[in-house]
Design a protein around this ligand. Structure first.
Ligand code: G6P
Length: 622
C-alpha cells in the first residue's frame, strides 16, 4: 500500500528518500516518485520499481535539501506516471505549463469528497493533470496559500473528508515540510544531528537514518523545519513533548536481508520456529497479566466479559476463525468472528460484556481499526488486540494487547505473522479458560509443554519441503484447486486456498469437507486437485468418507495426514505424512505445508511471489 517519506535537512536528502521508498516496497505499490526543492520544484516518477527511479535520479542528478517521496498503490486513476505522486499544484490559469507549481504533495488514503472539491477548484481555474483524489488536496492547499504553508494546510484539512496522511512542501518556503494524518499512519523522525527531520508512513522507512520517532495521532499536524518542529492536535492546539514523546524504535533494518532465501516469503516461512519461540518467550505459566494494556488490567477485564467478538481481515481473519474453535471448546466462551469490513457497516446487537478482539499483523489495517472504533462507539469498551507491531495505532487504541514477535514481515502473503497470531490466540484461550475456572493445573502444564515444543515441531514440518515441491510441480499446471478441512482445520484449508490464489493466481477455494456434496463436488474432475487437511482427530473417519466421494469422481487427492491417520498413497492419492499429531495446536503445523505449496507453485509459475499483482501488505485504505 502507499508509502510516504519526507525530509528537511541541510544535506542532499534524495538518497535517504529513495532508500526509504525501497524499505517500503514490501507494502506493495505500482508506481513511485520523489520531489525536491532545487530552485523550484523538481521531481522524478516511475511506474516501474524503485530501482528504476534510482536510475532516473542518477541520470538527472536530482538533488535537494527538502523533499518528499511516495510509493503509490492505485485507488483513483490507473497506475501511470501522471497519476504517480508527488503531485504539483498548477495555476490557476489556462496554461499549466506557464504556471510552474508551487505546492508539492504526497498522500496515503482516500479523499471521499474529491469530486466536489475538484469541481470547485476547476471553477477557480485549477487544471488537473491526473485522475487521483490526491491532486485536489494539492490545488486546495495552493488556493489557500498566503505565505504560510502551515496555515494553508490547516485550512485545507477542514474541507477534506476521508482518510489521509500527507506530506507537503512549498517552493516559497523551501526549508519547511508539513505533515498531517487522519486515518492513515504518519510518524516524525528526529535526525541524530537534531537538524534533519523526517516524515514517514512507517518507522521502517527510516531504519538506519534515525530511531528517534514521534507517533502522530489522529488529527495531528506537524510543522517541520531545519533544526525544529512543532505539533498541533486535531483542534490545532499546540502539543508538548510529553504529549507526543520521542520514542526509540528499533525498526529492524536487518529484516530486509534475504540471506540464503530466494524470496522473503520463503525466508518468513522458515522463520516460523523462531517467531513462535519469540512470541512465547518467557511464558512459563498462564497469567492474565500477559494481556495487560498500558493502563488496564486483563484480570479485571476477563472477569467482566461473557463472550468474545473477533474482528480482522485477510489471513488474520482466518487465525480468528481457528481461535473460535479453541475459545468455545477449551474456554467455553461464546465466540463470534467477523470480517472487519462487514462488521463496521452492519446493524449488530452490541453486548457491553463482550471482549472485542482485533487481530492484525500491521496494526494499521483501515477496516480493522474502523471496526474496533465502531464496536467502541456501540458501548463495547473491553478491547484486546493480537498485533505484531507494538507501536501501531491498534495497540494504542485497544485496552489490552498481546504483541506477537514474528518480526517484520515483508512478503505480502502473510505466513509467520499468522502462526504467531495463533500462538497469541491460544494463550488468550488458556487465559480466558483459567479466568472462567476451566483450566486445571494439569491441563495448564500440558498445554505449556506442547507450546514449548512447537518450534521443534515446526522445524520437523519444514523438513517436508522436498515432498511439497513435488506436489507444487503438479499444481503449477492447474488453474483450479479445492481445499478441504473439518473442524479447526477448516480455517487452515481456507488459509491454504488464500495463499495459493494470492501468489500463484490459481483459482482456489476451501470448503468444510462435509459441504462437499452440497455443491463443490460438481467441479471435481481429474483437472481439479483436492487438498485435504486430514489430521488424526475425531472427524477423521468423516473426512475419509468425503475423500472417497472425491476419488469416486476421478478427483486427485493431496492429503496432509498424521502418522496414525492410516491413509496410504495410491493411484490418484498423494499423501504427505506430518511428523506427529499435535492435538489442539495441530492447525499451526498443518498450515506450514500449505504455505510451502503456494510458495513453490508460485515459483514454478514464475510470479512475483513477494509482491503479487494488485495486492498490498498493509491495507491502510478502506
Ligand atoms: C493484506 C495483507 C494480508 C493481511 C491482511 C490483513 O491483505 O496482504 O497478508 O492478512 O492485509 O492485514 P493485517 O495487518 O491487519 O493483519
Amino acid at each position: 500500500m502507499c508509502g510516504i517519506v519526507g525530509a528537511v535537512s541541510n544535506q542532499n536528502i534524495v538518497p535517504i528518500l529513495v532508500q526509504g521508498l525501497a524499505r517500503l516496497e514490501y507494502r506493495g505499490y505500482d508506481s513511485c516518485g520523489v520531489a525536491v526543492y532545487a530552485n523550484g520544484l523538481k521531481r522524478a516518477r516511475s511506474t516501474a520499481r524503485v530501482s528504476e527511479l534510482m536510475a532516473q535520479i542518477a541520470t538527472t542528478h536530482l538533488q535537494g535539501t527538502t523533499g518528499i517521496a511516495h510509493t503509490r498503490w492505485a485507488t483513483h486513476g490507473a497506475p501511470a506516471v501522471h497519476n504517480a505522486h508527488p503531485h504539483f499544484s498548477h495555476g490557476p490559469g489556462a496554461d499549466a505549463s506557464s504556471r510552474p507549481g508551487r505546492i508539492a504533495l504526497v498522500h496515503n488514503g482516500i479523499i471521499e469528497n474529491h469530486d466536489e472539491l475538484r469541481a470547485s477548484l476547476q471553477a477557480k481555474g485549477y487544471l488537473f493533470q491526473s485522475q487521483t483524489d490526491t491532486e485536489v488536496i494539492c490545488h486546495l492547499v495552493d488556493s489557500l496559500y498566503d505565505g504560510d504553508l502551515f496555515e494553508a494546510v490547516k485550512a485545507a484539512l477542514g474541507s477534506l473528508r476521508g482518510a489521509y496522511a500527507i506530506a507537503v512542501f512549498c517552493k516559497d518556503e523551501p526549508h519547511r515540510l508539513i505533515g498531517a494524518r487522519v486515518g492513515s499512519p504518519l510518524i516524525l523522525g528526529v535526525g541524530p544531528d537534531s537538524q534533519s527531520h523526517y516524515l514517514a508512513s512507517d518507522a521502517m522507512a527510516l531504519a538506519g537514518v534515525t530511531d528517534q520517532i514521534v507517533y502522530l495521532e489522529e488529527g495531528d499536524v506537524a510543522d517541520i523545519q531545519l533544526g525544529k518542529y512543532w505539533l498541533v492536535d486535531k483542534a490545532f492546539k499546540p502539543l508538548t513533548a510529553a504529549q507526543r514523546p520521542v520514542k526509540t524504535v528499533h525498526a529492524h533494518s536487518g529484516a530486509a536481508e534475504l540471506g540464503p532465501y530466494r524470496h522473503y516469503m520463503q525466508k518468513e516461512i522458515f522463520e516460523q520456529p523462531r517467531a513462535i519461540a519469540d512470541t512465547l518467550e518467557g511464558v512459563t505459566s498462564i497469567q492474565p497479566e500477559l494481556f495487560d494494556g498500558a493502563d488496564a488490567s486483563a484480570a479485571r477485564v476477563f472477569k467482566d466479559i461473557d463472550s468474545v467478538l473477533i474482528l480482522a481481515c485477510g489471513t488474520s481473519y482466518y487465525s480468528g476463525c481457528t481461535a473460535k474453535y479453541w475459545l468455545e471448546s477449551i474456554a467455553k466462551i461464546p465466540t463470534q468472528v467477523e470480517v472487519a469490513s462487514e462488521y463496521r457497516y452492519r446493524d449488530s446487537v452490541p453486548n457491553p460484556r463482550t471482549l472485542v478482539v482485533t487481530i492484525t499483523q500491521s496494526g494499521e489495517t483501515a477496516d480493522t481499526l474502523a471496526a474496533l472504533r465502531h464496536a467502541q462507539s456501540l458501548g463495547m469498551t473491553h478491547t484486546l488486540t493480537i498485533c505484531n507491531v507494538a507501536t501501531s495505532a491498534m495497540v494504542r487504541e485497544c485496552e489490552l494487547a498481546y504483541i506477537t514477535r514474528a518480526g517484520v514481515e515483508i512478503g505480502v502473503a502473510s505466513t509467520k505473522a499468522f502462526t504467531a497470531q495463533l500462538a497469541g490466540l491460544f494463550l488468550l484461550t488458556l487465559a480466558l479458560a483459567q479466568s472462567r475456572g476451566m483450566l486445571s493445573d494439569t491441563e495448564e502444564a500440558r498445554h505449556i509443554k506442547a507450546m514449548r515444543h512447537l518450534p521443534a515441531a515446526l522445524q520437523a514440518v519444514l523438513a517436508l519441503e522436498p515432498q511439497v515441491i513435488a506436489w507444487a510441480e503438479d499444481f503449477a499446471a492447474k488453474e483450479n484447486a479445492l481445499f478441504l478441512g473439518r473442524g479447526m482445520h477448516y480455517p487452515i484449508a481456507l488459509e491454504g486456498a488464500l495463499k495459493l490464489k494470492e501468489i500463484s493466481y490459481i483459482h482456489a477455494e476451501a470448503y468444510p469437507a462435509g459441504e462437499l456434496k452440497h455443491g463443490p463436488l460438481a467441479l471435481v474432475t481429474s483437472a481439479m486437485p483436492v487438498v485435504t487437511v486430514a489430521p488424526h482427530d475425531a472427524l477423521l473417519e468423516k473426512l475419509k468418507s468425503n475423500m472417497h466421494e472425491v476419488r469416486a469422481r476421478g478427483g486427485v487427492l493431496y492429503v496432509l495426514a498424521d502418522a496414525d491417520s492410516k491413509i496410504e498413497s495410491a493411484e490418484g492419492l498423494h499423501v504427505i505424512r506430518m511428523p506427529e499429531h499435535y492435538g489442539e495446536l495441530s492447525p499451526m503445523l498443518h498450515v506450514v505445508p500449505l504455505q510451502l505449496l503456494a510458495y513453490h507453485t508460485a515459483c514454478a509459475r514464475g510470479t512475483d511471489v513477494d509482491k503479487p499483482r494488485n495486492l498490498a501488505k498493509s491495507v491502510t485504505v478502506e
